[in-house]
Design a protein around this ligand. Sequence first.
Ligand code: SF4
Ligand code: SF4
Length: 449
Amino acid sequence: MLRFGHFSGGVHPKGNKNTHFYPTVRLDDFKEIHIPMSMHIGPPCTPIVKVGDQVKVGQLIGEASGPMAVPIHSSVSGKVTAIRKEVSSAGRSVEVVLIESDGQYTRDESVVPPVVTDTESFLKALRDSGLVGLGGAGFPTHMKLKVPEGKTAEFLVINAAECEPYITADFRQCAEHPDEIIEGIMLVMQYLDIPKALIGVEDNKPLAAEVLKNELTKLELKQNLKPDISVHLLKTMYPQGAEKMLIYSLTGREVPSGKLPIDVGAVVLNVSTVRFIAKYLKTGMPLVRKRLTLDGSGLKMPCNVNVPIGAMIPDVISHAGGNAAEAGKIIMGGSMMGVALDRPEASIIKHNNAILVFDKKEAEIPQETQCIRCGRCVEACPMHLMPTMLDVGARNKDVEQLEDYHVLDCIECGCCTYVCPAKRYLVQSIRAGKGYVRQAQAQAKEGTK
Ligand code: SF4
Ligand code: SF4
């Protein structure tokens, strides 16, 4: 097994991978689900069902408008009981379709494998499937895979690093579906004409690397196929799974400030995303379910589950022996980059890969004190930024300073906050700073119209 390079900076938080060896459990027992009409970056969908309609699994219920949007499908069969505004787990007020499940999970007649013959039909199929990056911020996959004119995709980089503490959903994906992961990678390589794929796995998960390597060996022995796909163990270091870090670790190429992976010849997909692609092309079932890890001190039975998208978070938590009303803190995502929910009454969305529940003691927020200029945050920043200067700029709402110190390059990994002995709320402050810069840029753009 090869070990490639390593990015500078980063931190080594306790892994807490308590659920590595817990097979994924499918949960179907949900009386009512709430499906938000916005689970992607891009304009929200328009509901095309009305209260009282009967729906089936895989039926289109939210029509996408514009190239950045993806459609939304029903994850249960049952009756539409309401369409109303709710605050989604992403913290935004969005239109939500409420469906009373009949518990039957009857498949809609429209669910048939798509006809895919070339790049165009492949990307159209991915859009129709409602697919967004399953390990990221909800970026529509068909847009991510559109290689701009003049650029060449030399590498398909597969993110199986799963560097966030607690989360093991991608590890389970590798352990349970290695065949469909390799199949999905080959499909993307075929339709995007990418000659080489590199899979990155942190070296604390050798079993994931092993099962993927075994699949490649099987392909060669049984079908005489030898695609240019390789599996690489990478140093266990957070944020190894961040796009820019992963590309650097696997190819040695640095994505310059303000540029995209494709500018250095790379297309990056999460391991669960490629597995979905393989499954969708065979079955035609759109993205209606999600595998996620449930863990944290507030749960009696940490586990990995597969649930219908739109399942309510308190219902999902109760399956793991937790009580949302008594939790000190609920985080959607990992403990480093996840978002703490203001209120648990929200539902599972497409790119939700974990729900962490902490008891009141663990949820206590430390009091921040004065910066002692120790420089640890600068050392830890994998983007080579100066978190201290960004923090000052953000607290003073000084857009010029924030731009001078490249605030928009911050990937919000939280390494600076993690190492700070003064417990400064650095990432929160820098996130606000990014907002000020974006706002100022938008205003400047408006002014020049
Ligand atoms: S400044 Fe941004 S990129 Fe750098 S460590 Fe902090 S959160 Fe991460
Ligand atoms: S780690 Fe904290 S105390 Fe040290 S320089 Fe950065 S902000 Fe200041």
